[in-house]
Design a protein around this ligand. Structure first.
Ligand code: 1HA
Length: 272
């Protein structure tokens, strides 16, 4: 039984490749085409939180169990008025919190897609930094058919990836697209035969893991920044603080405060 922070996981599998720097979050509801219910997204958030905190992890893979689906979006059988309902009976749209968490995770997140990535599942794929798809992958939105829509990142991020015309087509017609079409429109990064999906994803992970974690971290924040407004600047700005805390100059201020003396910043250069 997979465990995160001592708690059992029911809807999700969480694995770490020992010594590799890779964590894998797998939505494990294949009988429902990996549709998510509130418990699923809550468990996924616990896994991503663990991957974020673990200094040995440098890349996270998000995938779905089996070869038929990455994720088919919200579980329509537990949809109530106001959201998706779990054991606590509270209607939730907590996948939106998961979207933000993936966006803000200071490590690359790679979607590994076999089969359907539709509805909220396709949005999750878009939130990931990179998407590797199998040749059986199918992408699209069903919201307008089943009475739903994602007017947040599900719309704004789609526009950025595929452009205005295509985004309107995807949402207004609710058609499904194959992997080649998804690649051509900029939704994904690479298509490979199904039996090479994991292998190819690991190649991308290992190539990323060879690079500077700080460079990757600041770049992710930078690529988010303009699109995410004040929240994006906050993310980028947090990296400046993180780096400043590692300098002599930053530490002179802290030391002076604790030693109850005025800080001496005179020896630090004023760069042009
Ligand atoms: O838009 C949002 C949100 C917006 C804002 C804030 C939060 C949001 C949260 C969620 C969402 C959404 O995701 S809305 C969109 C919800 N998803 C869908 O409408 C997709 C529904 N599923 C399908 O269209 C198809 O199942 C499929 C294209 C993914 C696969 O088709 P396939 O291979 O023919 O399989 P199928 O027989 O349809 O499905 C297998 C089983 O899985 C079926 O159950 P069974 O009849 O065997 O008992 C099917 O009902 C179940 N299943 C599949 N997807 C879902 C599902 N059950 C519940 N919810 C699903 N999403």
């Amino acid at each position: 039984i997979p465990v995160v922070h001592g708690e059992r996981l029911q809807d999700v599998k969480y694995e770490k490749a020992e010594g590799e720097g890779i964590a894998k979050v797998t939505i494990n509801r294949p009988e429902k085409r990996n549709a998510f219910r509130p418990e699923t997204t809550e468990e996924m958030m616990r896994c991503f939180s663990d991957a974020r905190d673990d200094p040995d992890i440098g890349v996270v893979i998000l995938t779905g169990e089996g070869t038929q689906a990455f994720c088919s979006g919200g579980d329509q059988s537990v949809r109530g008025e106001g959201g998706y309902v779990g054991p606590d009976k509270i209607p939730r749209l907590n996948v939106l919190d998961l979207q933000v968490q993936i966006r803000r995770l200071p490590k690359p997140v790679i979607a590994m897609v076999a089969g359907y990535a539709v509805g909220g599942g396709q949005i999750l794929q878009m939130m990931c930094d990179i998407t590797i798809a199998a040749d059986n992958a199918v992408f699209g939105q069903t919201g307008p058919k089943v009475g739903s829509f994602d007017a947040g990142y599900g719309s704004t991020q789609m526009v950025r990836l595929v452009g205005q015309k295509k985004a309107r087509e995807i949402w207004f017609l609710a058609r499904l697209y194959n992997a080649e079409q998804a690649l051509e429109m900029g939704l994904i990064n690479k298509v490979v035969p199904l039996d090479r999906l994991e292998q190819e994803t690991l190649v991308w992970c290992r190539e990323i893991l060879r690079n500077s974690p700080t460079a990757l971290r600041v770049l992710k924040a930078a690529l988010n920044a303009a699109e995410d407004g004040q929240a994006g600047i906050q993310e980028l700005g947090g990296n400046a603080t993180l780096l400043f805390y590692q300098t002599e100059e930053g530490n002179e201020g802290r030391r002076a405060y604790l030693e109850k003396r005025p800080p001496d910043f005179s020896k630090f250069p004023r760069f042009p």
